[in-house]
Design a protein around this ligand. Structure first.
Ligand code: SAM
Length: 280
């Protein structure tokens, strides 16, 4: 990319461009990828610093929205593209995800994510059944929300969704001095190992209700949508305090409460779905 004289001026804020310029950190990221032969999907390869290391050992499909960077990547990686090691998809990655599967084969997601859509991208990957693991650089607060354990103050609806499909871990922090231009926040590497995938928007909505006011009682949040007596009876049956706060409940408890409180709706939905299936 000889044309680029000044990376800071070149970087487009709209696309969340902060380029990672530390080879030791890139190596640590590479070492954290699960050790198998699956393809890697990279979102936002940028100037290709991480991509360069990835293609030495893996087949890679990279998604880049910025046309200037796409041209650069196609030129700089022409050999890898020719050897079928690297595929470059130019455009918004969320468009490629419209059919729920980013790639039509099992893959690991590896990326230094654009922070403005990082949460959205991780949620898509959790639901994508071809995605086997997620290794991403994100804002530290976001990494904590996905990887927190029940009882920790950061435990959130995002932590519950992660634990529903696998196991989340904050691997290490990356200071802003490692990027050009430096972001205003500290970043962290988040690894989510998936055991399965789940796409249940009703459960996601339920978690939004449960964590609406994180410092209030869980029963109070839930009572905005469900019968208070029923909630309290369920909590008593589970032998947990009626004053339990959302971050103190376990993932299994959220699934139990969701199933019990939505019993009629879930049965209704199931019936509707089987009717539709029978009609088609
Ligand atoms: N991987 C590079 C690195 O580590 O230096 C760049 C990371 S930079 C934080 C985020 C990258 O994501 C940029 O290259 C940006 O253009 C790209 N990007 C932003 N929004 C995107 C989108 N919707 N789809 C695909 N790529 C996107």
């Amino acid at each position: 990319m000889n044309k680029i004289k000044n990376l800071s001026e070149f970087a487009n804020k709209r696309y969340g461009q902060n380029f990672l310029k530390n080879d030791a950190i890139i190596k640590r990221i590479i070492q954290s990828i699960p050790n198998d032969n699956l393809r890697v999907a990279e979102i936002g390869p940028g100037l290709g610093d991480l991509t360069k290391e990835l293609v030495t050992t893996r087949d890679v499909t990279a998604f880049e929205v910025d046309k200037r960077l796409c041209e650069h990547l196609q030129f700089a990686f022409s050999q890898s593209i020719h050897a079928d090691r690297l595929k470059i998809r130019c455009g918004d990655v969320l468009k490629y995800w419209e059919d729920n599967l980013l790639l039509d084969e099992p893959y690991h997601l590896v990326a230094n994510l654009p922070y403005y859509i990082a949460t959205n991208i991780i949620l898509k990957a959790l639901k994508d059944e071809n995605c086997q693991s997620i290794l991403v650089m994100v804002q530290k607060e976001v990494a904590k929300k996905f990887s927190a354990k029940s009882g920790e103050k950061e435990f959130s609806g995002l932590s519950v969704l992660t634990q529903t499909v696998g196991f989340g871990e904050l691997l290490f922090d990356v200071g802003s001095e490692n990027f050009v231009p430096p972001p205003k926040v500290t970043s962290s590497i988040l690894l989510i190992r998936k055991k399965r995938s789940e796409d249940n928007i009703y459960f996601e909505e339920f978690l939004k209700i449960a964590f609406k006011q994180p410092r209030k009682k869980l029963s109070k949040n839930l009572s905005t949508h469900y019968n208070k007596d029923k909630i309290e009876a369920l909590l008593q049956k589970l032998e947990v305090s009626l004053t339990i706060r959302p971050h103190e409940a376990e993932t299994s408890m959220y699934h139990h409460l969701y199933n019990e409180l939505n019993k009629d709706n879930i049965d209704g939905r199931t019936k509707q779905q089987s009717r539709k299936r029978a009609e088609s």
